[in-house]
Design a protein around this ligand. Structure first.
Ligand code: SF4
Length: 336
């Protein structure tokens, strides 16, 4: 698709039903009715970054921080596998506490105990770390690009540069990871042209996974008084992304459920072409004390979707949960 077609479709709410129908057709043809559940373990909410849109930003001194021990992370991941999920997503803020050796040990212990795919979402790590994580057995890495507008990126991420982010993303692909990227819809100051650039990036890069989410103001950030992203616009971004990427795995993120708890993820699946839900699996922790410590402190407003809730969304959308690891459909036929 070209820029003009995409911007017109983003602007045109009146014709969005036709757009949604086309996205659903592409999803059905290229991905099928099997959907993926990826179990997310949020193991640390410490972060060295100051992203204005995120409640975990370093300068938020009201955020109660936690770190899970290696044993808790491994045991939680094994409980996720025991529950039948075939992918474990290890997610944290950018937290150097988890050294290369610690992360590798966690990956190896999980893979010793369970036949799962491991996705990492740890933010920036040096090349040597990434190689070590890959060699330890992690096959996927999520690194959202957030926005393709370089000025907006630098403003939202307190000085970081988009070109560095894109270099990190390229490096992940070069090292052989299945790569997930993604954007935020509704950032203050973002234009339709900016969103079009995100979609053109998806079209060009053809990621293995995409995570699109709305901007949601957090009470403990400098953007607390800004408006949340518009759900209809966000769904048009989903639909266009499905159309231009064909068989990329697309997640209806927990922030989509936060924006519209009753219908957000269902609509992303049924209208936007999404085929992945990533339920929060911290409740799989064994002790009640740990559940409270790790579950309720991540952010004050974000809604975390449980495995049962995720299954209900799939059922409502007429999908069945995949029984395999749900590897990249773009890499099928290549060695995984
Ligand atoms: S979005 Fe991620 S990297 Fe940015 S502040 Fe939040 S936790 Fe840190």
């Amino acid at each position: 698709m070209n820029r003009e077609t995409i911007v017109d479709a983003l602007r045109d709410q009146g014709n969005q039903d036709a757009l949604f129908a086309e996205a659903d057709r592409v999803r059905r043809d290229q991905v099928g009715d099997t959907a993926q559940l990826r179990g997310v373990v949020h193991f640390s909410n410490y972060c060295r970054c100051n992203d204005l849109y995120c409640g975990l930003l370093k300068d938020n001194d009201q955020c109660k921080r936690f770190r899970m021990s290696g044993n808790d992370i491994v045991n939680t991941a094994l409980a996720v596998a025991e529950a039948g999920l075939k992918t474990v997503v290890l997610q944290s803020g950018e937290d150097p506490h988890y050294t290369r050796a610690k992360v590798c040990s966690i990956i190896e212990r999980i893979l010793d105990g369970a036949d799962v795919a491991i996705t990492l979402s740890l933010g920036r790590r040096c090349r040597e770390d990434l190689i070590a994580f890959r060699d330890a057995g992690a096959e996927r890495y999520l690194m959202k690009h957030e926005t393709m507008n370089p000025e907006l990126y630098t403003r939202m991420r307190s000085g970081f540069r988009l070109e560095d982010r894109l270099r990190n993303i390229d490096e992940l692909r070069e090292l052989g990871f299945q790569v997930g990227v993604g954007n935020i819809v509704g950032l203050p100051g973002q234009t339709l042209e900016d969103l079009c650039d995100d979609i053109l990036f998806f079209q060009e890069f053809q990621p293995d996974m995409i995570n699109i989410g709305p901007f949601i103001p957090h009470a403990q950030t400098p953007l607390k008084d800004e408006a949340a992203g518009d759900i209809e616009l966000m769904l048009r971004v989903f639909a266009l992304t499905r159309i231009v990427t064909g068989n990329t795995h697309m997640a209806a993120a927990n922030t989509v459920a936060t924006l519209d708890p009753d219908n957000g993820q269902y609509r992303a699946m049924a209208q936007g072409g999404a085929n992945v839900i990533m339920p929060n699996c911290n409740p799989f922790l064994q002790s009640r004390k740990d559940k409270i410590e790790y579950e309720f402190q991540i952010t004050t407003h974000k809604r975390y979707v449980s495995v049962d809730e995720a299954k209900n969304v799939l059922k409502r959308a007429g999908r069945t949960a995949g029984k395999d690891k749900g590897h990249s459909l773009k890499m099928q036929g290549e060695q995984l």
